[in-house]
Ligand binder design. Structure first.
Ligand SMILES: Cc1cc2nc3c(=O)[nH]c(=O)nc-3n(C[C@H](O)[C@H](O)[C@H](O)COP(=O)(O)OP(=O)(O)OC[C@H]3O[C@@H](n4cnc5c(N)ncnc54)[C@H](O)[C@@H]3O)c2cc1C
Ligand code: FES
Length: 280
């Protein structure tokens, strides 16, 4: 089995910026050149959240962005984090100039489909699922890709829609959905996707990547299966090790595939939606 962990770096890195974004969200910019230049969108890092070995289990976070630009010249990685429990709470208290222990990059990059015009490439993010999608857009823009990207982001209310301005600043078509209607479509991001799919002209080639809470991922998988769409879903399963050793993150493999179980951290975290079981 392929082990992307071969090119993984482990070390202690300097925090360049620590920015509170409100509503329990924050961003950490880290000086980590060897990780930054090798990271591709969809990959993640495992972070030690305490000063010692407690808690022992590292926490996984998608690389939200690399700076100053993706590729060979990148020197820093940026993480976008939402407080969820003690680990993220501890990370929220770190400050510029302090150090942070990382392992990465881990997992496989997100796929870049080859679509023929007319085409639409949907990037669907729910809540913190927005994190890996921004770097995906930056990479496509840097390589001069003509993939017609459409970003769709959903959250409970406007103040929880973090990161959408970044896509708009890149000039990417961005659509918003909030449960309470405080921004964009009132409802969930899957309804928004459904509307957009319905408005495409006949013969449009469609692909997409989604990353969000479990319910959103399940709904996205169902849409992809029902309509035979080339969608991938990036999963955020509980990951005790992050590099394939513990099997704590497995999902069932497709019945006609070679693997009975697939490790989300190594074979993923992004999987073709049509290969995911009805419940995962
Ligand atoms: C590949 C991947 C990428 C992720 N990217 C981001 C991101 O960019 N930004 C972000 O804010 N969050 C991200 N997460 C989720 C993040 O890892 C959890 O929110 C974090 O680990 C919670 O730790 P905690 O100690 O604060 O909370 P806990 O109280 O330990 O847990 C709170 C919630 O987080 C889950 N969780 C705890 N530990 C892990 C773990 N080791 N692996 C996965 N889930 C865990 C728990 O199941 C629980 O639902 C990602 C998860 C994965 C697997
Ligand atoms: S987290 Fe250990 S094998 Fe995936």
């Amino acid at each position: 089995m392929k082990m992307p962990v071969e090119s993984c770096h482990v070390g202690e890195y300097n925090i360049l910026e620590h920015t509170d974004l409100g509503e329990g969200w924050f961003r950490i910019d880290i000086d980590a050149p060897e990780i930054a230049r090798e990271t591709r969108a969809g990959q993640f890092v495992q972070v030690r959240v305490g000063p010692g070995d407690d808690p022992l289990i590292r926490r996984p976070f998608s690389v939200y962005d690399v700076g100053p630009e993706p590729g060979e010249n990148a020197t820093e990685i940026r993480l976008l984090i939402q407080k969820a429990g003690p680990g993220t709470e501890a990370l929220s208290r770190l400050r510029k100039g302090e150090s942070i222990r990382l392992m990465g990059p881990l997992g496989h990059p997100m796929p870049v489909p080859d679509l023929k015009s007319p085409a639409a490439m949907f990037l669907v993010g729910g809540g913190i699922g927005v994190a890996p999608l921004y770097l995906y857009c930056r990479e496509r823009l840097k390589e001069g890709s003509t993939l017609p990207l459409k970003v769709m982001l959903g959250a409970r209310r406007e103040s929880l829609l973090i990161g959408h301005q970044g896509f708009q600043d890149l000039g990417i078509e961005t659509y918003l959905a909030t449960d309470d209607g405080s921004a964009g479509h009132q409802g969930n991001v899957i309804e928004l996707l459904d509307q957009q799919l319905g408005s495409l002209s006949e013969g449009t080639q469609v692909a997409g990547i989604g990353c969000g809470p479990h319910g959103m991922n399940l709904a996205l998988r169902d849409i992809a299966v029902e309509r035979d769409l080339e969608f991938w879903i990036s999963l955020e399963n509980y990951m005790p090790c992050g590099f394939g050793a513990c099997f704590g993150c497995v999902i069932a493999g497709p019945s006609d595939g070679p693997l009975r179980y697939r490790r989300v951290c190594v074979e993923g975290p992004c999987f073709p939606a049509k290969e995911l079981p009805e419940t995962f």
